[in-house]
Write a protein that binds this ligand. Structure first.
Ligand SMILES: [Zn+2]
Length: 247
């Protein structure tokens, strides 16, 4: 481990990645009303962004450890099914201005996005263990990729009645595990590194489930399936291009 990187640098870098997530809510400052059809297409856009995020998590994990990534995906699938069942059984708690079915959906997406931030926080910490330039590169990549993730979260929350500022706050909240996990991962890099692919796979498994169980069915409610499908694929393209443009 290089000694020139201080804990402070790691923490600030990971904090910046978390704050970047809030930027995803900002387009909604300019969009005030939503027709049912646009709402459906927003869901399709969120679905495409989340699928692309899952793809990047899986490809990141499988570069070093494909089987651990796969094991993580299985754990993620199990966890999301159990959480969904638990939330349904206990009734939907209110999340900010949301209630009922909207709150259940919001809680699931917030839970999954928060979970996947743990893996990304470990990624930041582990990469700083490999030196400051690697750490800065990975942090910048994660910060930029967090913006469309904040957008995906806001696309779910804002059309269902949450204010832009609160949605930005919740988006940042889902990324708080990044500064929290980066520090221990940096200090105990040899201990954390082997778990990284499991965390990445876990988040991808849960996110893919969320897309098909919750988000696409909503998308198909008020827009024709061909428009929904086109939006999903274009969103995937955009996120993929975006991520590779910064690499
Ligand atoms: Zn992410």
């Amino acid at each position: 481990m290089s000694v020139d990187v201080t804990l402070w640098v790691v923490f600030v870098a990971a904090l910046i990645t978390a704050l970047a997530t809030g930027l995803g809510a900002l387009p909604f400052l300019f969009v005030k009303t939503f027709s049912a059809r646009w709402l459906s297409l927003f869901n399709a856009l969120a679905a495409g962004l989340m699928l692309a995020a899952s793809h990047s998590l899986v490809s990141e994990g499988s570069r070093d450890a494909p089987w651990l990534t796969l094991a993580g995906m299985a754990i993620g699938l199990a966890l999301v099914i159990i959480s969904d069942w638990g939330i349904q059984r206990r009734g939907s708690p209110d999340v900010s201005e949301l209630n009922g079915a909207n709150a259940r959906k919001a809680l699931l997406i917030l839970g999954i996005m928060t979970m996947h931030s743990f893996a990304e926080g470990v990624g930041v910490g582990v990469s700083y263990g490999g030196g400051e330039s690697l750490g800065m590169f990975i942090s910048a990549a994660i910060a930029i990729h967090n913006i469309p993730e904040g957008l995906a979260i806001s696309l779910i929350l804002i059309p269902r009645g949450m204010s832009v500022m609160k949605a930005a706050g919740w988006s940042i909240f889902t990324s708080l595990p990044q500064p929290l996990m980066a520090i221990p991962a940096f200090v105990f890099v040899t201990w954390f590194a082997p778990f990284l692919p499991i965390g990445l796979g876990l988040a991808a498994g849960a996110m893919m489930w969320m897309v098909f169980s919750e988000i696409l069915p909503d998308a198909l409610e008020n827009a024709p399936s061909s428009s929904v499908a086109t939006t999903v694929v274009l969103a995937f393209f955009a996120m993929y291009a975006f991520q590779h443009a910064i690499h």
